[in-house]
Design a protein around this ligand. Structure first.
Ligand SMILES: Cc1cc2nc3c(=O)[nH]c(=O)nc-3n(C[C@H](O)[C@H](O)[C@H](O)COP(=O)(O)OP(=O)(O)OC[C@H]3O[C@@H](n4cnc5c(N)ncnc54)[C@H](O)[C@@H]3O)c2cc1C
Length: 487
């Protein structure tokens, strides 16, 4: 494995600052219960008893704070979620229709063959997948409009838009349903935190004769005809193999290989628009901070400052944080294990969507200008947390680190700092790269060539492994159940 960063794990890596460990990006995942893909992957390699997971609070793994101050919790299972919304907003409309449609779409998605051929669509599509055929190009907003879902319910249901990094007017309903159904089947963090998860996987690879080369950024990929011959890294070393698996962004890799060397049909798929990212404020808190005093627990908090996620997105585009949304997470509360922070201390991570361009332009001017922009925006985000959640937050801060989309670009080598590879629009849902490339000995294995998120990338990796080895250990068409009890 050739890794450009000095730490393994991509966006799931953990970094240390001033005695505190911070989750660089990933906070919660799904598919970790028996039958889920992450669990079954770990079981297959014999690590299911060593890498275990902790479930987020069953009463609400996400807490949505509405502009009127109401807190609506997101429990496991569609029915419980519908009840919570209806009890917070009894005047809600469209919920029955919406959840019926979502359940049908998810059931049809679970039945889809993994490789969809055009003649399957033409012959069987409308007969076996009527809802998918009808809504495959739909956004979440289209579903809401179709079901006449009321404003308050729309806001609750899309308060976690940061998980998908698109507002409902641009977000594919299929990605949205995948995520809501996935977390609805169980939202987890690793018992030994993401650091333990990644470290154990690295040790496993090394124990089986694999090598991990850190700080070996791939800078050139040579090919002849339909064959990759080798890759060269920043240190000048050249590596060759029978088969190459590319986890870096496929679009960037294609430019490195030579765009014209790809078949025209693949060039078309490679021209995807990237997803966005945002700002993360990582705080290490001093001893004496008691999260429970501030309604902070084993869940994430998503705070909406407006009723319309589309408007909140536009506000963030203008850097108008006070009209947007923000996210709060306390990784130290997701497991009883220690090691993330000094004894008795917690970490708090605050995030929201912000565009890449202002940070890039400031960084191109000077580091001082970029740093000032980051700090000014982080301070305004902290002001919002002070105003709405933790009035004395500033007294508790021991360590403060701020990440922007440019940080993601610098440390995780994500073009334009993208969070999820290609943007989760309807277009990128229905026309999407797979593992297969124009080269006989090169496979894509990245969020943009399969599915995003950790569940998605584990799924993408498992499927490629099964294709390459014929060691089929997981039914290829299975989604996790939508209620923890069914999982
Ligand atoms: C703010 C944020 C929050 C998120 N929260 C969650 C969450 O809570 N749950 C969840 O499931 N998902 C979350 N995600 C999404 C998730 O992190 C990604 O979808 C997933 O990590 C994609 O995996 P990947 O393997 O495709 O890419 P990455 O994780 O980006 O890994 C790619 C790796 O390739 C390396 N690389 C790139 N170029 C080169 C090169 N030239 N040479 C060598 N190495 C190279 C990078 O350094 C990196 O290690 C979040 C993302 C962000 C940004």
């Amino acid at each position: 494995m050739l890794e450009a960063h000095d730490l393994p794990g991509g966006y799931a890596h953990t970094f240390k600052m001033g005695g505190y460990h911070f989750y660089a990006q990933v906070h919660y995942i799904w598919g970790c219960g028996e039958g889920g893909r992450i669990y079954e992957f770990l079981k297959h390699i014999g690590l299911d008893e060593e890498i275990t997971f902790e479930l987020f609070d069953p009463d609400g793994y996400d807490h949505m704070i509405m502009p009127d101050g109401k807190r609506v919790t997101i429990p496991y299972g569609w029915d419980a979620l519908q009840e919570n919304i209806a009890s917070a907003y009894p005047e809600s409309t469209g919920l029955d229709r919406f959840f019926d449609l979502v359940k049908s779409l998810r059931e049809e998605m679970a039945r889809l063959p993994r490789k969809i051929r055009w003649w399957d669509v033409a012959l069987k599509g409308w007969l076996f997948y009527p809802n998918l055929m009808r809504f495959r190009h739909a956004t979440v907003q289209d579903l809401f409009d179709h079901c006449d879902v009321s404003v308050e319910a729309r806001t609750v249901l899309t308060a976690q838009a940061g998980d998908l990094l698109l507002p409902r007017e641009r977000l594919s309903c299929l990605f949205y349903i995948g995520l809501l159904g996935g977390y609805g089947s169980g939202a987890y963090a690793p018992s030994e935190f993401f650091k333990g998860y990644i470290d154990r996987l690295v040790a496993f690879i090394q124990s089986r004769g694999g090598d991990l080369y850190l700080e070996e950024k791939v800078t050139a990929i040579s090919s002849s005809g339909r064959t990759i011959n080798g890759v060269t890294t920043i240190s000048g070393k050249t590596f060759s193999a029978d088969h190459y698996i590319c986890n870096m962004d496929p679009q960037a890799a294609a430019h490195m290989i030579g765009w014209d060397k790809f078949k025209p049909s693949e060039q078309k798929l490679l021209q995807y628009e990237y997803s966005d990212n945002g700002i993360v404020v990582y705080l290490g808190l001093k001893p004496g901070f008691t999260p429970g005093n501030y309604d902070i627990g084993n869940y994430n908090t998503w705070h909406c400052l407006d009723w319309d996620m589309n408007e909140m997105w536009r506000a963030c585009d203008r850097l108008d944080l006070e009209r947007g949304w923000f996210f709060l997470s306390t990784p130290t509360l997701h497991s009883a294990a220690s090691g993330m922070a000094p004894e008795g201390c917690h970490t708090l991570e605050i995030a929201t969507y912000l565009p890449y361009q202002p940070f890039r332009e400031a960084a191109d001017q000077s580091y001082a200008e970029y740093h000032a922009l980051k700090m000014q925006l982080a301070d305004r985000l902290i002001d919002l947390v002070v105003k709405h959640h933790i009035p004395d937050l500033r007294d508790h801060i021991a360590v403060k680190v701020v990440g922007s989309p440019v940080t993601s670009e610098d440390f995780c080598h994500a073009p334009f700092g993208n969070a999820y590879g290609s943007a989760m629009t309807p277009k990128n849902t229905t026309t999407r790269l797979g593992a297969e490339t124009s080269f006989s000995n090169l496979s894509w294995c990245n969020a943009s060539s399969g599915s995003p998120g950790i569940y998605g990338t584990v799924m993408t990796g498992m499927e490629l492994y099964m294709d390459l080895t014929d060691d089929v250990f997981f039914p290829l068409d299975r989604l996790p159940a939508t209620s923890k009890n069914d999982d």
